[in-house]
Design a protein around this ligand. Sequence first.
Ligand code: UD1
Length: 418
Amino acid sequence: MPHLLIEGGHRLTGTVPAHGAKNAVLPLLAATLLPCGESVLHNAPRLSDVNGCLDILRQFGCRCAVDGRTVTVCADAADHPVISDDLMRKMRSSIVFLGAMMARFGEAHLSYPGGCELGPRPIDLHLAGFRQLGAEIREERGQLHAFLPHGRFIGNTVSLSFPSVGATENLLLAAVTAEGTTTILNAAREPEIADLAAYLTACGARIVLDDGTVTVEGVRQLTACEHTVMPDRIEVATYLAAVAVTGGEAELTSMCPAHVATILPVFSEMGCRVREYPDRVTLVAPGKLRRIPFLRTMPYPGFPTDAAAPLLAASTLAEGTSVFVESIFESRYKYTGELARMGARIKTEGRVAVVEGVPALSGAAVHCTDLRGGAALVVAALAADGVTAIHQLSHLDRGYDSLEQTLTILGADIRRVG
Ligand code: UD1
């Protein structure tokens, strides 16, 4: 099986660009089902999750083409409102297609997404919201059958009990061609939602985003357009953590500093010198990182749950004890057991992780337990003594475009074998 071999101890230096955001491109691909004509998405990252979405779109009957990092989708001939069980299992986030499927076909058939590496992943908020917009949904024997008795969603006010990113995106996709006006209260405010709204608006949708309230005036038809996928803020956080833990100095370009506004102060707290420019940041790491006294993940604009794992990995080599509290997912610390194999000292209880910094980590054979946990192992391996072998790369390939190439440019000794 393919695995990464990383020889740690090389100080990362140089300049690398951020790629397009995984969490933006997935809902954007779902959205391409709605307009007539050909949607062109530039800056689409090369990820297995993007390929999974394209497989789903092709199964619907869409015409899809990929040219480098430009993806073209035409849904004009789509006529098959089904996501097969294997595609659904491959990618839990395929639930984000449900709203667009119903809006486009008037019905949708797919299997229930089930849990994942991060614990249970319910979709009750998605389903309750669709029902409030007039959908009928039957759940039987692990299958979901949804349809719109009126042929269209009917605008309504939906109040989310938690600002779920996926539910907000799904309801937005449902609302853009609904009859009447939809208001989503306590909606997620992640920048990926603004990116989705920007594409839909360019296609002719009428959307107002206002600090957790999304107002959508339904339109009859959308017309496809070109859109550039926003940069990946979690990828930026991951590479900054890698630079910081190796005592390096680097510049991340083609990114948006405002999107990492709660992440950058944590690097400063660790003793890094961070500078922001309009579309890039620079980071100079100290000889020894300082601890992170307390980091709690929160919905945007709070500290993103996806960026906690790479920061936790960096803190394993910091001076002193760091404390992390995960408030989004139930079970996000599986990877800490793998970090322990490398000599990290981490205690977890429920949603809390306490990391006691150690003077050195040592290379070991470790397995990715999930996407961001895998990123944490890469960060730790880059600073460990000796060689680390990282297995189960399918997790990393879901979310990091050109990982080895990017780290090689920065001076890492990393290669994929097997
Ligand atoms: C998205 C991101 C993921 C990120 C997460 C939180 C994508 C493809 N994935 O996931 O990388 O970690 O946001 O920023 O964009 N919940 C319910 N019922 C629901 C929906 C969610 O209880 O119907 C709970 C979840 O179990 C979880 C929390 O709400 O505990 C957050 O989930 P949500 O914001 O929906 O995350 P995703 O959209 O799945």
